[in-house]
Design a protein around this ligand. Structure first.
Ligand code: FAD
Ligand code: GLY
Length: 367
């Protein structure tokens, strides 16, 4: 089967790779380079536990989280790239004794052993992460929160896809999706119409624009995230730390990531004094010892967001051969392995897995 994948973010590259492994002849179009947008801009946190425990989203997230150790090994085996998979755990700081007490009760109710969830008091914090400000009274510690270097991850997926036979066209934008008599015919790229059996739209925050080329309205919008990195010398923290207004991610490469804003500003390509200033102020209030580190870089990315905050995954209703995988919002890195697997299964003739049911595009589209 011939498949055209549009978009070389983590979702497009991972799915192209799985489709090639399943025997498809895959062509991948990326208008810039793999990982040029949100997938390169992310922090790489793999935190599968959400607020609504047991929800379809949490089940999907946990399923993807479980795949990660194997994915990291497979990508290393096929490409030699180390995606810097770290499993040291995240500290969620708590500022009041009341919150620390509530956390203790919550841990007792949760399946804490699977994800290594612990309630820490001030003494635990001083022992495990002494650089945290004294205003922090305790924490939830989730050992099961892991992280990867997402830039390396996308490149590894892209290289593995090419090695598996995917024809990757970087620097080529798709300008139109061609549909005839209720079936996808192909895409227009570089002015040429390329015929195919199936098309996957994996164009992140730009998917509404591409859907517009065949007259469809998909409510996917960008949510800008600004971030910065500090040169982590001397190292100040050893765990990821995730507070309300800021998170810190220490990378094996020696950077400490400080993220991230969530802004509804369209596709404005800029970092702002307010965005970076707010992150730095929150980071220094949490860990005053970061003040002497130098800023190595700042950047932004556009998270693909849908109105219910959930991914959009599956066959496009009413158009045979057309598929979409987008709107992963704040969790596209975490969800890439399971997205790739489920999309590849459903595009190669299997029925959409029950795991996809809550995420089908039908909730926003009418045939
Ligand atoms: P993208 O990576 O945006 O890829 C879409 C690609 O399509 C782009 O490369 C673009 O150039 C290409 N494209 C668009 N239109 C066309 C066209 N017409 N023709 C050809 N190519 C086209 N997720 C996590 O799981 N953990 C995190 O810690 C995390 N942190 C984040 C921090 C920030 C600051 C941001 C911005 C996001 C973060 N995310 C995180 C979310 C995650 O980055 C996204 O959900 C994910 O990268 C989306 O992947 P994607 O492939 O759908 O989109
Ligand atoms: N998941 C981290 C972010 O979206 O900023």
């Amino acid at each position: 089967m011939k498949v055209l994948v549009v978009g070389g973010g983590v979702i497009g590259c991972a799915t192209a790779y799985e489709l090639a492994k399943a025997g498809c002849a895959v062509t991948l179009f990326e208008r810039a380079v793999p990982g040029a947008e949100a997938s390169g801009a992310a922090a790489g946190i793999l935190a599968p536990l959400g607020e609504s425990s047991g929800s379809p989203f949490e089940r999907l997230a946990i399923a993807s989280w479980r795949l990660y150790p194997q994915v990291a090994e497979e990508l290393r085996g096929r490409t030699g790239i180390d995606v810097e998979y770290v499993s040291r755990g995240t500290i969620y700081p708590l500022l009041t004794t009341e919150a620390v007490r509530a956390a203790g009760a919550r841990v007792a109710r949760l399946q804490s052993s699977v994800f290594g969830i612990e309630a820490w008091d001030a003494a635990d914090l001083r022992e495990h992460e002494p650089a945290l400000a004294r205003t922090v009274r305790g924490a939830m510690f989730v050992r099961g929160d892991h992280w990867v270097n997402n830039q390396r991850l996308v490149v590894a997926y892209a290289q593995a896809a090419v090695a598996a036979g995917v024809a990757l066209h970087s620097g080529v934008a798709v300008t139109r999706v061609a549909i005839e008599a209720g079936r996808v015919r192909g895409v227009v790229a570089d002015g040429d119409l390329l015929d195919t059996d199936a098309v996957l739209l994996a164009t992140g925050a730009w998917t509404a624009q591409l859907a517009g080329t065949f007259g469809a309205r998909l409510p996917v919008e960008p949510r800008r995230g600004q971030m910065l990195a500090l040169t982590h010398v001397p190292p100040v923290v050893t765990h990821a730390i995730h507070a309300e207004d800021v998170y810190l991610v220490p990378r094996p490469s020696g950077e400490l990531l400080v993220g991230a804003t969530v802004e509804r500003v369209g596709f404005k390509r800029e970092v702002t004094a307010q965005g970076i200033g707010g992150l730095l102020a929150a980071a220094l209030a949490l860990v005053p010892g970061l003040g002497g580190l130098s800023i190595s870089r700042t950047w932004f990315g556009f998270r693909p967001w849908a109105p219910d905050g959930m991914p959009i995954l599956g066959p496009w209703p009413g158009v045979e051969g057309l598929y979409v995988a987008t709107a992963h919002y704040r969790n596209g890195i975490l969800l890439a392995p399971i997205t790739a697997r489920l999309m590849s299964e459903c595009m190669t003739g299997h029925r959409p897995s029950p795991e996809l049911k809550a995420f089908l595009p039908d909730r926003f589209l009418r045939p």
